[in-house]
Design a protein around this ligand. Structure first.
Ligand code: UD1
Ligand code: CA
Length: 457
């Protein structure tokens, strides 16, 4: 259904004790406000106007989330939620009969819930999202007469009897656009906090005979707001738990759903095992039977079927073919493209390099800007010197070449197929295929040499 959406994000977030505006703090890798905007775009309304009310840190907030079609309204100073909607009122599209109000610091509101608020309003009723809380302290209470909602009374203005009410307003509502605009223009700040309360429009609706309906939230998680680092961490764990459960329902085996972090999108084939403490960022695809050892950090990567990532492997912007063995303590950086059955061992770094099927670099090595042929064995401690201080150059290693330990391949340089490079060589010129190339001082033994001894004083 076509509607206006207003996201309130002007508040200071004092309890975060942070220079960063509250709604820009991150939950699962995205800002709180981005979560809300993501939900809004999932509403898939063909005509929708989205207005974000900014105030504290307005410039930073606007710069962080600016997108085509998104409007910003500044509320300066912040005189309450009713005042916020007064500021947004001229930006609403009068042709859209319903206006949905969300909070920039309530990140996990579900699209289904937002949709049911819109449906409950349908341009005619005032629809409030409510929830019953064991401890309603601080919230606006839903005051009813019989079944009928009569008003919302803010905690600070509530009588002892009203404070005993456990049904509270979550801060989210859908209202008929024209009525909302008129109601907020009639608000006053004659209350305990001297603020313009948006919640006062409930009593106005009741007085005018406009139906007020309460829609119950599905659970606490989707209506919880973030006001402090503790609440942010609590919501992060709830969100991670939801993601972990969805993956496990799809058959992914997580060693411990409480020690799993997904900050993006993870797609898994069948029989994927993920050990404890792993972090997935951006877009990651794990093929069938992939096993991820403990404490791996994997970002924007595709790992094909049957590959094993051992403990403490870091992967960023890389692709790994099927049946490969990576780690422990391996680092694959952007542009690493590994074919099937490649082995990368401990303390090996690969950047912007292609390794063909069966190539191995098992210990303490660096491959940067390299093209490595099939079955190459790249020895312990060897590196590509790919950077001359100004430009990067490529190293090409032909199939079946054997690079000894502790070699320096000074790019641009080419090692022919089947070549062997003796350990400790610094190779600055191309090495021919199929032959042994050694670049190092000849071993010398000095006959009769004596160690110096200390002179007597
Ligand atoms: C509000 C509701 C209360 C409800 C609670 C749910 C009012 C008067 N009260 O409480 O009934 O139970 O939310 O959390 O609406 N904001 C602005 N400009 C302002 C003031 C606030 O943009 O001038 C934004 C804040 O950034 C926040 C949201 O509005 O995103 C709610 O503000 P907050 O102060 O947390 O809510 P309360 O007024 O305490
Ligand atoms: Ca307030």
């Amino acid at each position: 259904m076509a509607s206006n959406v207003v996201i309130m994000a002007a508040g200071k977030g004092t309890r975060m004790k942070s220079a960063l505006p509250k709604v820009l703090h991150k939950l699962a890798g995205r800002s709180l406000l981005q979560h809300v905007l993501g939900t809004v775009s999932a509403l898939e309304a063909s005509q929708q106007r989205t207005v974000v009310i900014t105030g504290h840190g307005a410039e930073a907030v606007e710069a962080a989330v600016a997108a085509p079609g998104l409007q910003f309204v500044r509320q300066q100073p912040q005189l309450g939620t009713g005042h916020a909607i007064q500021m947004a009122s001229p930006a609403l599209d009068a042709a859209l009969p319903t206006t949905l109000i969300l909070n920039g610091d309530v990140p996990l509101i579900r699209a289904e819930t937002a949709r049911s608020l819109l449906d409950a309003c349908a341009g005619q009723r005032l629809a409030l999202l409510t929830i019953e809380l064991a401890d309603p302290t601080g919230y606006g209470r839903i005051v009813r007469e019989g079944e009928q909602v009569r008003a919302i009374v803010e905690h600070k203005d509530a009588s002892p009897a009203q404070r005993a009410i456990r049904e509270v307003y979550t801060g989210m509502m859908a209202a008929p656009t024209a009525l909302l605009q008129r109601w907020v223009s009639q608000l006053n700040n004659d209350n305990a906090q001297g603020e313009y309360y948006l919640t006062d429009i409930v009593a106005m609706a009741v007085a005018e005979g406009v139906p007020v309906v309460a829609t119950q939230a599905s659970g606490e998680t989707e209506v919880l707001g973030v006001n402090s680092p503790l609440q942010l961490a609590d919501l992060e764990r709830r969100f991670q738990r939801q993601q972990a459960e969805a993956l496990m329902e799809a058959g992914v085996r997580l060693a411990d759903p409480a020690r799993f972090d997904l900050r993006g999108k993870l797609s898994c084939g069948a029989d994927v095992d993920i050990d404890v403490g792993c972090v997935f960022e951006g877009e990651v695809t794990l093929g069938e039977g992939v096993r991820v050892g403990p404490y791996c950090v994997i970002r924007d990567a595709r790992i094909d079927a049957g590959t094993q990532l051992a403990a403490f492997t870091h992967i960023d912007g890389a692709q790994v073919g099927a049946g490969a063995q990576i780690g422990p303590f391996a680092r694959l950086r952007p542009g690493a493209q590994l074919a099937e059955e490649v082995h990368i061992g401990n303390f090996v770094e690969v950047k912007n390099s292609t390794l063909a099927r069966g190539a191995k670099a098992n210990h303490l090595a660096y491959l940067g800007d390299a093209t490595v042929g099939e079955r190459v064995n790249y020895g312990a401690g060897s590196i590509t010197a790919n950077y001359d201080g100004a430009n990067k150059h490529r190293t090409v290693i032909g199939a079946d070449a054997h690079i000894g330990s502790n070699c320096v391949l000074v790019a641009p340089v080419e090692i022919g197929a089947g070549a062997t490079i003796g350990g400790g060589s610094t190779v600055a010129k191309d090495a021919p295929a199929g032959q042994l190339t050694v670049v190092r001082a000849k071993q010398l033994t000095v006959p009769g040499w004596k160690r110096p001894v200390k002179k007597a004083k």
